[in-house]
Write a protein that binds this ligand. Structure first.
Ligand code: FAD
Length: 365
C-alpha cells in the first residue's frame, strides 16, 4: 500500500510492481487533479527514469537542456554551469517538462504494471500487526499489507500517523511561477540575480516555459488571485536586460501562482516496522537545486531494489534508509544554504554551491 500518487508514489509503485509486488495507491486528489506547472528533471532524474525505461517518453514531450546561465544584478552574464550528462554524452544533461505530462507518463506506466490507483482516498490509521501493517482507509475499508509506503508529500499525514515529527522550515521566501511562451533565446535554464529577489526561466517544450521569481525576506502570506499577475509584473520591474521581455509575458499569463518555499528533513529513521516514508515526506529541499523530484524518483527505485535484495521487509527498509539518508540530507541542507546566500545577496557564492552540489548528485544513487 502506497499513500500518494505523486512522483515518489508512482515511481515506487512501478518499481515495486515490476519486482513482483501487488501494489495499491491511495491518492487523496481526484484523477484530473491539476498537478502544477513545470519542473526540471536534472541528470539524476533522467538517469533514474532511464532505468525505469521512461526517459525517452519524458524527453519526447519535454525540452532537453545542458546549461544553467547565471546573470548578475546589472544584467551581465555571471557564468554558465554545464551540468553532467548522466544518460550519455550525446543526450541532454537535464530536461524541462510540464508536471501534468510527467504525471501522465508515470501514471500510465504504473497502471500498465498492474498498480491500482484509488483516487479520493487517504489513510486514517495505521498499526503494526505482527509482520503485517494494518491500514484503515478513508472509505472505511481496512487492509493488512506487507509494506506501507508514505509518499504523500511535504505535509505527509502518513508521517504523523507513524509517529514521526518534523517541523516544516520556512526561510523567508515566497516563490512565484507563471507559464509563458518560450522565448527563442531560452535554450537552457536562465537565472537572474536581482537587487532583492531572484528570477528565472525554465523551458518546458519548444513552445512553452515557466517564469519563476523568488521573493526574499518576506512573511508567509496569501494574495487574492486577481492581484497575482500585476504583482509579479511589479516584482520583475527592477530586473535589467532580458527580464523585461519575460515581464511582459508573465503579466499576460493567466496561470500565476505564489507559494512559500518550505523544506523538511526527517531526523533519524524513516521507517517503523514494515512502514516507511519516501520523497518529500522524508526530505523536501528548497526548489533552488531543482532536485526534489530527482530524490523522489531515486527513492522509488532504490526502495524496490533493496526490498528485492533482502529476505525481510524490515531488513530491506533498513538498507534503503541507510543508503538514502546522507544523499538526501546533503541536498536539503545545500538547498537551505543557497536560500541563505540568496537572502544575503551573496549570489556568486550560491552559483559555486549549485555547481558543486549537482556534481555530487551525479554520483550513483
Ligand atoms: C516551486 C517548486 C519548484 C520545484 N521545482 C523542481 C524542479 O525543477 N525539479 C525537481 O526535481 N524538483 C522540484 N521541486 C520539488 C518537487 O516538486 C518535489 O520534490 C516532488 O514533487 C516530491 O514528490 P513527492 O511524490 O514526494 O510529493 P508530491 O509531488 O507532493 O506528491 C504527493 C502526493 O500525495 C498526495 N497526498 C497528499 N496527502 C495525502 C493523503 N493524506 N492521502 C493520500 N494522498 C495524499 C498528493 O495529492 C500528491 O499526489 C520543486 C518544488 C517546488 C515547491
Amino acid at each position: 500500500m502506497i499513500v500518494g500518487a505523486g512522483v515518489a508514489g508512482l515511481t515506487a509503485g512501478i518499481a515495486l510492481a515490476r519486482g513482483g509486488w501487488q501494489v495499491e495507491i491511495a491518492e487523496i486528489g481526484p484523477p484530473e487533479a491539476d498537478t502544477g506547472w513545470g519542473l526540471c528533471l536534472t541528470g539524476p532524474s533522467l538517469r533514474a527514469l532511464a532505468e525505469l525505461g521512461l526517459v525517452d517518453a519524458c524527453l519526447a514531450e519535454g525540452y532537453g537542456m545542458r546549461t544553467i546561465t547565471h546573470v548578475d544584478v546589472d544584467g551581465e552574464p555571471a557564468g554558465e554551469v554545464e551540468l553532467p550528462r548522466l544518460i550519455g554524452a550525446r543526450r541532454p544533461a537535464m530536461a524541462g517538462i510540464a508536471r501534468p505530462v510527467l504525471h501522465r507518463i508515470l501514471h500510465t506506466e504504473a497502471e500498465r504494471c498492474g498498480v491500482v490507483v484509488r483516487h479520493g482516498m487517504s489513510l486514517v490509521a495505521v498499526d503494526q500487526d505482527g509482520e503485517l501493517v494494518r491500514v484503515a482507509l478513508s472509505d472505511g475499508t481496512v487492509r493488512r499489507v506487507a509494506l506501507l509506503v508514505g509518499a504523500d508529500g511535504i505535509r505527509s499525514s502518513t508521517r504523523g500517523l507513524l509517529g514521526f515529527a518534523t517541523p516544516l522550515g520556512f526561510h523567508g521566501q515566497m516563490v512565484w511561477r507563471a507559464l509563458v511562451p518560450r522565448p527563442p533565446w531560452a535554450t537552457g535554464i536562465q537565472q537572474f540575480a536581482g537587487k532583492t529577489d531572484t528570477a528565472g526561466l525554465v523551458p518546458l517544450t519548444d513552445r512553452q516555459a515557466y517564469v519563476f521569481l523568488t521573493e526574499n525576506g518576506v512573511e508567509r502570506s496569501v494574495l487574492p488571485d486577481a492581484d497575482l499577475a500585476p504583482c509579479l509584473r511589479q516584482l520583475l520591474e527592477p530586473f535589467p536586460g532580458r527580464v523585461a521581455e519575460i515581464r511582459s509575458l508573465a503579466s499576460e499569463s493567466e496561470s500565476v501562482v505564489r507559494r512559500p518555499v518550505l523544506t523538511a528533513l526527517l531526523e533519524g529513521d524513516w521507517h517503523r516496522g514494515a512502514s516507511v516514508v519516501i520523497g518529500d515526506a522524508a526530505h523536501a529541499p528548497a526548489p533552488q537545486m531543482a532536485s526534489g523530484a530527482a530524490l523522489a524518483i531515486e527513492d522509488g527505485l532504490v526502495l524496490a531494489r533493496e526490498l528485492g535484495r533482502h529476505e525481510s521487509v524490515g531488513a530491506g527498509l533498513r538498507a534503503f534508509v541507510s543508503r538514502r539518508t546522507q544523499r538526501c540530507r546533503t541536498l536539503v541542507e545545500t538547498s537551505v544554504a543557497i536560500v541563505g546566500l540568496e537572502q544575503a545577496r551573496r549570489h556568486h557564492e550560491a552559483y559555486g554551491l549549485v555547481d558543486s552540489c549537482h556534481r555530487l548528485m551525479a554520483e550513483p544513487a
